[in-house]
Ligand binder design. Sequence first.
Ligand code: HEM
Ligand code: HEM
Length: 137
Amino acid sequence: MMKTIHSYWAYIVLAILIFTVINAILGLIQKKEFTHKDFRLGLFTLITSHIQLLIGLGWYFMSPWYKSMKANGIDASNRLLAVEHPTVMILAIVLITIGWSKHKKEVKSESKFKKFAIFYGLGLVLILSRIPWSNWF
Ligand code: HEM
Ligand code: HEM
């Protein structure tokens, strides 16, 4: 159940994050004004990623393989899910959250788009690098 939610919620996180990053890059290139729509997009992305964090943490400690990992330890077969996925995803969400905080302190449109492009963009790259693609879809 928790696993299913985490698995489907990932589509939403990924879609809205990609959209926000592209939107920020376009905003920069086309020197657009940062409007309420851009603000909301950044906020929705922040919230969906925080929810994903919560669901992920919940599933991590509830999952059957967590118990087996405690008993048998970490090896090459469960390293991605046990170590790499959670740490890199948490790092990505921290970057997104930092980007959100930093954009709020900026006044110029260009600077706001830049914070989103850099921090949300880095977060996206990290997330893409550690999704267990072969288990997903
Ligand atoms: C493990 C769980 C979570 C952690 C560690 C966490 C952490 C944080 C942190 C550090 C901030 C501060 C960002 C800033 O400086 O502006 C923040 C903001 C926020 N988080 Fe989370 N969060 C979690 C779960 C959630 C959940 C479940 C939701 C939504 C249902 C959520 C929604 C938000 C919102 C709306 C903001 C504020 C955005 C703003 O107006 O500045 N978070 N969170
Ligand atoms: C933006 C952040 C994240 C994204 C996009 C994401 C995405 C995914 C995806 C696509 C899967 C594969 C689901 C499947 O097998 O159908 C997965 C599995 C998993 N994720 Fe995440 N995840 C994120 C954050 C986290 C965090 C923060 C944790 C834990 C601290 C976590 C824990 C797990 C676990 C334990 C699994 C394995 C499920 C299983 O096979 O039993 N995830 N995640």
